[in-house]
Ligand binder design. Structure first.
Ligand SMILES: NC(=O)c1ccc[n+]([C@@H]2O[C@H](COP(=O)([O-])OP(=O)(O)OC[C@H]3O[C@@H](n4cnc5c(N)ncnc54)[C@H](O)[C@@H]3O)[C@@H](O)[C@H]2O)c1
Length: 129
């Protein structure tokens, strides 16, 4: 079973379709509820099985709940794909601290929260022997 963040569009949607084609059941997690529903429809339309989960990777509780919902629905979590992200081009002399912090929050802290939640719930898969 796979959990894909940023699954409402772009790389995340493509990953969901590809993993489903490879036989994985997928949880599709994104801020964009309409987009993630479209991804789930596309996966199901292609013969796969998918679950839509709306939320932000920057929200500690939402990250935890996304992992829990995946395990509740599919029985396990084997693959986490961290695609949710934001980006823009700017120059250091004009970039605002607010925009910088938001980028770090989504792209870095969000990935940390998702990895931590997945490890805590599937620890046997990553614990050193
Ligand atoms: N497409 C490229 O060629 C490319 C190249 C280099 C880096 N990237 C980066 O890879 C990431 C994905 O690229 P993409 O082209 O699929 O972008 P995209 O904008 O199509 O998809 C990003 C997805 O992440 C979701 N998202 C944003 N913030 C979120 C949050 N806090 N919680 C949950 N979901 C959130 C968005 O709703 C969107 O569905 C982006 O960070 C992008 O900057 C893309």
């Amino acid at each position: 079973m796979a959990l894909i963040t940023g699954a409402a569009s772009g790389i995340g949607r493509a990953a969901a379709l590809r993993l489903a084609a490879d036989g994985l059941r997928t949880s599709c997690f994104d801020l964009d509820a309409a987009g993630v529903a479209e991804t789930v429809d596309a996966v199901v339309g292609a013969g796969g099985e998918a679950l839509a989960i709306e939320g932000s990777v920057t929200d500690e509780v939402a990250a935890k709940n996304a992992v829990a919902a995946t395990i509740d629905h599919f029985g396990s979590l084997d693959v986490l794909v961290n695609v949710a992200g934001i980006g823009h081009y700017s120059h250091a002399d004009t970039e605002t601290l607010e925009a910088w912090n938001r980028t770090i929050e989504v792209n870095l802290t969000g990935m940390f929260l998702m990895c931590r939640s997945a490890c805590r719930n599937s620890w046997s898969a990553v614990a050193p022997s």
